[in-house]
Design a protein around this ligand. Structure first.
Ligand SMILES: C[S@@+](CC[C@H](N)C(=O)[O-])C[C@H]1O[C@@H](n2cnc3c(N)ncnc32)[C@H](O)[C@@H]1O
Length: 316
């Protein structure tokens, strides 16, 4: 059982402060969702996953529990590479089912999540080698495939693919597909279109955990990027656009306020918003096209019994 960590460099101009300067100057104002995740943000996301309102984690766990043995048999001897691994709590189900020694390569922008998940997984007592890669999805994957000589199953769970637009998702997955050989697989968690009330509750839980998660972007700006901002002057908003199947999250000013970065001041009237995240939902019929758009085949499509969420196996 071993754990090694590789830290990839953040490219110049892609840090939180630079992203805020660009994103707050744009119309509409926006901050990239990858900056949700520092240690506090990752812990808040784990707390969201534990809420009753946030069905995707529960559903994905159900599907993985039902399919772990089948996947382990199909991909015996494959390394597991995971994009945006977070707590890896569901991945532990696959690792436990894997036959023989496992090489697991989690990739996450938050290095602290890699450390915490490795500690928990290594406690499990399996024949496990972990190579954690702290960095972006694409550069992390490029590094992971250099480390892994043999076949691999790439995991992209939690519905993270929904953070891309539909076209962006196909482009992103095409980039993943370039690293796949014929024996490899991509296990993709995709959240499905459903009624508005369930979705809006999942993204604005009654206890306010998602609100704290969203506001953590501003807390990080103040703490790490020398930005003057009052996080409490912004409220959490989540809205489902039924026509395009996208849940959008915003931070909405609840009074007149400003965000000051160095010499630049960004003023907000009450009601003005910063767009912080999209979560694109798919119809069952759209998944074949998503795979094809990335140059892949949809080999399996599994859902939880209630049909809220899907796990999909894509191959060349
Ligand atoms: C919504 S959470 C999902 C975590 C886990 N996959 C799950 O299903 O519970 C997204 C995870 O991806 C990571 N992440 C977000 N954007 C990323 C990016 N651009 N590159 C690498 N990791 C990213 C976050 O740090 C976080 O751990």
């Amino acid at each position: 059982m071993t754990f090694e960590r590789i830290d990839l460099e953040v490219p110049a101009g892609e840090d939180l402060r630079a992203a805020a300067l660009v994103g707050l100057a744009r119309t509409p104002r926006a901050l990239p969702c990858r900056f949700f995740y520092d240690e506090v943000g990752s812990r808040l996301f784990e707390a969201i996953c534990a809420t009753e309102a946030y069905y995707p984690t529960r559903c994905e766990r159900e599907i993985l529990t039902a399919r772990a043995a089948e996947l382990a048999e199909r991909f015996a001897g494959h390394a597991l590479i995971e994009l945006g691994s977070g707590s890896a709590e569901k991945t532990a189900l696959l690792i436990a089912a894997w036959v023989g020694p496992v090489h697991y390569l989690p990739i996450d922008i938050d290095g602290s999540a890699l450390e915490r998940s490795a500690e928990r997984l290594l406690d499990g007592g399996t024949h496990l080698r972990i190579t954690g890669i702290a960095g972006e999805y694409a550069t992390g994957l490029a590094r992971a495939v250099e480390v892994v000589a043999g076949p691999k199953l790439v995991l992209f769970l939690g519905g993270n693919v929904g953070n891309f637009s539909r076209e962006g998702a196909a482009d992103f997955l095409a980039g993943v597909a370039e690293h796949l050989n014929d024996d490899d697989g991509l296990l993709l968690g995709v959240d499905l279109r459903k009624e508005r009330s369930l979705l809006e509750r999942a993204y604005a839980d009654p206890a306010g955990v998602t609100a704290a998660f969203n506001r953590n972007l501003l807390v990080r700006l103040a703490a790490e990027a020398d930005v003057r901002v009052e996080p409490q002057s912004f409220d959490h908003v989540a809205e489902y656009g039924e026509a395009d199947g996208v849940v959008r999250m915003y931070l909405c000013a609840n009074r007149r306020t400003s965000i000051r970065i160095g010499e630049q001041s960004f003023r907000f009237e009450a009601g003005e918003r910063i767009h912080t995240e999209d979560s694109t939902k798919y119809g069952r019929g759209e998944l074949g096209a998503l795979a094809a758009g990335a140059g892949l085949r949809l080999v399996e499509h599994w859902t939880d019994p209630a049909g809220l969420y899907s796990l999909n196996l894509l191959q060349r």
